[in-house]
Design a protein around this ligand. Structure first.
Ligand SMILES: Cc1cc2nc3c(=O)[nH]c(=O)nc-3n(C[C@H](O)[C@H](O)[C@H](O)COP(=O)(O)O)c2cc1C
Length: 196
């Protein structure tokens, strides 16, 4: 698969099932984690950690937390309510493998702009896993919508660490094909136009 084919075939699924595939072996799991390990991080400080989850009970509890996060966000944002475009709770039970992506913010030196460089590194590791999974013909869900402290308690994560998100890997026929804004709406040349 060319790089272009790979990134055009990468999609986010929110629902698994309807498609069979080989079980996600330890080798496949390691391939995903290796892809993550080789992602770049600020200063090569590598502040990203991973929790591999296959336990059904943990998945069930995560699913309940995902539902709670949507319900609470729905208080302010109608799209998260039942029947809203983002109202459906993501499937965390059917996908065989979940990987929680965490960062240790103290492992990157503070910088002048207080960028969340630890989280930027985590995001790149997530995309590396996402592309590696696409090459393996796995479907992927990427979930960042959590009451993070509750997830940290469930996974025994130190309070000071960040939860970047939870990736779900499995098989699915429910693959939305999302579009993108055209380049001429998002790219400026030399300067941002306009007057202040
Ligand atoms: C930083 C980030 C956070 C995301 N959080 C969620 C999430 O909480 N729940 C969800 O269903 N999808 C989530 N997604 C998936 C996006 O909705 C999806 O990537 C986007 O709609 C574009 O679709 P595509 O990835 O299939 O091109 C997230 C993606 C990113 C990159």
């Amino acid at each position: 698969m060319s790089f272009k084919q790979l990134y055009m075939n990468r999609h986010a699924v929110h629902k698994f099932g309807g498609k069979e595939g080989p079980p996600i072996s330890k080798e496949m799991e390691n391939e995903l984690l290796e892809a993550a390990r080789w992602a770049p991080t600020a200063g090569n400080m590598q502040p990203v950690r991973y929790v591999v989850i296959r336990d059904q009970e943990t998945k069930k509890q995560l699913q309940e937390l995902a539902a709670e996060a949507k319900q609470i966000s729905g208080y302010w944002e109608p799209r998260f309510r039942d029947g809203g475009v983002w109202g459906e709770v993501n499937d965390l039970i059917q996908p065989e493998l979940l990987i929680a992506v965490l960062t240790i913010p103290t492992e990157v030196p503070p910088n002048t702009q207080n960028y969340a460089v630890d989280m930027m590194g985590a995001a790149i590791t997530m995309e590396h896993m996402w592309l590696a999974a696409t090459e393996m013909d796995l479907q992927v869900g990427c979930y960042c919508h959590w009451l993070t402290e509750k997830v940290k308690v469930l996974l025994n994560v130190p309070l000071a660490w960040n939860l970047a998100g939870i990736m779900a890997f499995g098989y699915s026929i429910h693959v939305p094909k999302m579009s993108r804004k055209p380049l001429d709406g998002i790219v400026f040349y030399e300067k941002v136009p306009g007057e202040y």
